[in-house]
Structures are given as structure tokens and as C-alpha cells.
Design a protein around this ligand. Structure first.
Ligand SMILES: *Cc1c(COP(=O)(O)O)cnc(C)c1O
Length: 439
């Protein structure tokens, strides 16, 4: 069975004359909200959450935590919470956004390789569900802050399981030489430190995250094997049986026709099989399994709409078609050569196909959104719809070239609601200060 992460376009995508998403005509959306515009299809987002729950329905001890760094806004947090997911947060900004949306931080796991005292204070004061401990210094800091509030803190130990996955180097995190987490050889020391020095830290389990945009189910199989072996080793050595396993996120999505990510069901079966073997072998209770998908939850539901502006034909070479956005709203192509698919959103009947390169408008030669794509001869004023931009687009966006960050609308059942306002020129200068002596 196909799951939503295997679709290239939102499940409500329709192309008649114009493209519509969530029952909303994209050309009308552009008239109402302007471009560039992030559009999130609520039906796709809810469907993928249900795909995850459905895939794990035979393992009732599975808990889904949305990795909010993929896209963290108040309305998105509301929908994710409504679907019964918890959250993985990596900064005080994400924690604040989630809490401010009316969601208890008890449903949140706090991650990161350099959590500051301010961030830990905010998390612990607001009853954070779990903290993933990343390094030795953090152990002391957590204990100190917990003492301040006279609380016990439940933690997972973030480890690097030494799994190499075939994905871009920058989004690979589980290999041995990584800035994240404890090397397996350090686990005994951190357990000894916590159990002898810090009674207010309760170790609940292990946590790993092996990378992103992963297509090979075997990676998850190997990861869970390492974690399970480590848990039984810890049980033997310390007499502590950890009953929580967090395997992180990382499941891939389909950015282009060539991408073939596995279904969520295939991944779930690999994981559940490994867990069941473990449960039999050690005759233990089924551990709680946490998953932290980010990209595969939100990517497919998002599209970005741009207006096509200038064109440049380099004689005998590339034809550049420039849009009114680029690396400021989607830095992924310039950062990791990420590939995207796009279509013209307005009516293009009677046009012939032409090979063009979609350029962004920002002052970097590397600001190219899509190299060599066939489109029905693009014209100035056309609306370009880029697919699969829900994850790591808005959340990685910047004000480079003093771009005003784009608006985001949520579409569902032919209704559109703005969920992030477009920044204004006043927003851009709202933090600037001119010292008196320059006035
Ligand atoms: C980034 C990250 C995730 C989410 O990864 P995706 O590839 O977006 O699914 C989950 N857990 C941790 C610890 C992460 O750093």
C-alpha cells in the first residue's frame, strides 16, 4: 500500500486549467495573498499522520513525535497535536511556539547538542516530557536546573550508533564521527555519572537519529539492532532495564520522479520485527518506541507559488527563468543541491515544452532552484508551483537581500486561511537601531 510520503504532490492536487490544491485555485490564492507563497494542504498533512499511526497500529507502544524543526508554526502545531502526535523540539523558540499554541510540554522531547541553561530552564520549568541528553556537561546543567525547581527530569541518552546511511553528508548524523550524542564507548560513563551524582535525573531510554531523506529500510533495522543490544548490555552491567527507544526520524520523501522512498508500512514492519525479536530473546515487556519524523510528515503537504519575472537566454546555452523568490525562502538547492519538481500553475494549453533553468532572484550565482526542467514555454507573469516544499523551507528561510519572509496559507475543503503573515518592510527594520551619534 502506498503511503503519503511516496507522493510527489499533495493528495488534493488537481490540474484542470489551473492547478488547485485543497480545493483552492492556486492562481486565485496568488491574487489574494501574493507571491512567493507557501501553501500547506491540511488533508495531506493529516493523512500522513494517519499513515504513521496506521502503520504502527500493531505495536501499541509506539509514540509519534513530530520533529518540529521541519516546520514549526502555531497552526501547524495545533494540527499535529490534534492528530495525536507529540513533538520533538530543538530550541527555546520551538518550545515556546508549541507551548503558546496551548500544547503541554509534557508531550515534548527536547533535543540538541548545545542546549543552553536558559533553554533548559524554560523546558524544565514548563514540565518538559523528556530531554535527550547529548553530552557530559549537559548532565550537570540539567541537574542544576532541575534542582532549582525541585523536580526530577526524565531523560533519554542520545547515542551515535555508527550507522552510515546513503544520504547527503550534511544530513547524516548517526555515523561515529558526529557532533551529536555520546559515542557508544561513553555510555557507561554517563550512566555511572547520572546514577551516582544526580538523583534528580531519571534515565528512561536511548535515543538515536541516523540521518535524513533515508530510502533504505535496512538503515532502521541496523539502528534498532544497535540500540537493543546496547539496552541489554546496560541491563547486564548496571541492572537497569531501559524501556524506551527513540529511533529519531529520517524517512525520505519523493522530491522528483526518480526518488522512490519506501512506504511507512515497510519501515514500520522492519522496526516492529526487530523489536519483537528482542522482546522474545530477552523475555522483556515491549519497550516504548518513539519515532520523530519531520520531513516525511510535512514535506508533501507543502507547495510554493512564485511569479515568473525576467528571462535570460544565454546564446546556445541555458535559458534562465527567474522567479520572485529563491534561496531566502528555500535554501535547500543552494545548500545541498536538493532537487525539486515544478509545474506552471496557470493554464498552459497550446504551449510547447521548453527546457529551462529556474533561477532565484538573490545575489548568489548558486541561487538556482531547479536546473534543466521541461516546462510549457514559461512566460513572464506565469505562476510557478514548486512541489514538496513543506519541510525545511520556511523553517530555514532567511531575510537575505532584506527579503520579506513569505506568507503561508493553509488550504482545506476549498477554504484558505493565512497561518503566517507576510513580513512587511516595517518588520524588516523593526529591530534596527541607529545610535544617537549617527543621527
Ligand atoms: C532532524 C531530526 C529529526 C527529523 O528528521 P527528518 O529527516 O526531518 O525526519 C528527528 N530527530 C532528530 C534528533 C533530528 O535531529
Amino acid at each position: 500500500m502506498t503511503t503519503t510520503n511516496q507522493f510527489l504532490k499533495p493528495i488534493t492536487f488537481v490540474k484542470n486549467k489551473n492547478i488547485s490544491v485543497g480545493g483552492c485555485d492556486t492562481v486565485e490564492l496568488v491574487e489574494k495573498y501574493g507571491t512567493p507563497l507557501y501553501v500547506i494542504d491540511e488533508a495531506t498533512l493529516r493523512q500522513v499522520c494517519r499513515d504513521y499511526k496506521n502503520a504502527f497500529k500493531n505495536y501499541p507502544h509506539a509514540k509519534m513525535m513530530y520533529a518540529s524543526k521541519a516546520l514549526c508554526t502555531s497552526a501547524i502545531s495545533k494540527i499535529i497535536d490534534d492528530e495525536g502526535f507529540g513533538f520533538d523540539a530543538v530550541s527555546i523558540g520551538e518550545l515556546f511556539t508549541i507551548l503558546n499554541s496551548g500544547i503541554s510540554l509534557e508531550k515534548v522531547l527536547f533535543n540538541g547538542n548545545n542546549k543552553t541553561e536558559r533553554e533548559l530552564d524554560f523546558a524544565i520549568k514548563n514540565n518538559i516530557g523528556r530531554i535527550s541528553v547529548d553530552n557530559f556537561a549537559e548532565v550537570d546543567l540539567i541537574s542544576k536546573v532541575a534542582g532549582r525547581y525541585d523536580k526530577n527530569v526524565d531523560v533519554l541518552l542520545r547515542v551515535t550508533p555508527g550507522i552510515e546511511c546513503h544520504t547527503h553528508e550534511y544530513i547524516q548524523t548517526g555515523q561515529l564521527d558526529s557532533k551529536f550524542g555520546f559515542d557508544l564507548s561513553q555510555v557507561d560513563d554517563v550512566i555511572t555519572k547520572i546514577t551516582t551524582e544526580h538523583q534528580n535525573i531519571i534515565i528512561r531510554g536511548l535515543h538515536a537519529h541516523i540521518g535524513s531523506q533515508i530510502f533504505e529500510p535496512q538503515c532502521f533495522h541496523d539502528e534498532i539492532d544497535v540500540l537493543i543490544q546496547e539496552i541489554s548490555r546496560i541491563d547486564e552491567k548496571f541492572g537497569i532495564l531501559l524501556d524506551e527507544i527513540n529511533i529519531g526520524g529520517g524517512l525520505g520523501v519523493k522530491y522528483t520522479e526518480q526518488d522512490a522512498p519506501p512506504s511507512i508500512n515497510v519501515i514500520a514492519n522492519v522496526i516492529i520485527e526487530s523489536l519483537e525479536k528482542h522482546i522474545k530473546k530477552y523475555n522483556t515487556e515491549p519497550p516504548t518506541l518513539y519515532l520523530e519524523p519531520g520531513r516525511s510528515i510535512i514535506s508533501t503537504s507543502g507547495v510554493t507559488l512564485y511569479t515568473i519575472g525576467s528571462m535570460k537566454q544565454v546564446p546556445n546555452m541555458t535559458k534562465y527563468v527567474t522567479v520572485d523568490g529563491g534561496m531566502a525562502d528555500n535554501p535547500r538547492p543552494s545548500m545541498y543541491q536538493a532537487e525539486y519538481l515544478a509545474e506552471i500553475a496557470n493554464d498552459t494549453s497550446d504551449r510547447t515544452l521548453e527546457k529551462v533553468t529556474i533561477a532565484g532572484k538573490f545575489c548568489e550565482s548558486g541561487d538556482i532552484l531547479i536546473k534543466d526542467i521541461l516546462l510549457p514555454s514559461p512566460q513572464t507573469g506565469d505562476i510557478l508551483c514548486v512541489f514538496n516544499t513543506g519541510a525545511y523551507n520556511y523553517s530555514m528561510s532567511s531575510n537575505y537581500n532584506r527579503a520579506e519572509k513569505s506568507a503561508m496559507v493553509l488550504v482545506n475543503n476549498s477554504q484558505s486561511d493565512m497561518i503566517v503573515k507576510r513580513e512587511s518592510l516595517d518588520d524588516l527594520i523593526s529591530h534596527d537601531i541607529i545610535p544617537d551619534r549617527l543621527k
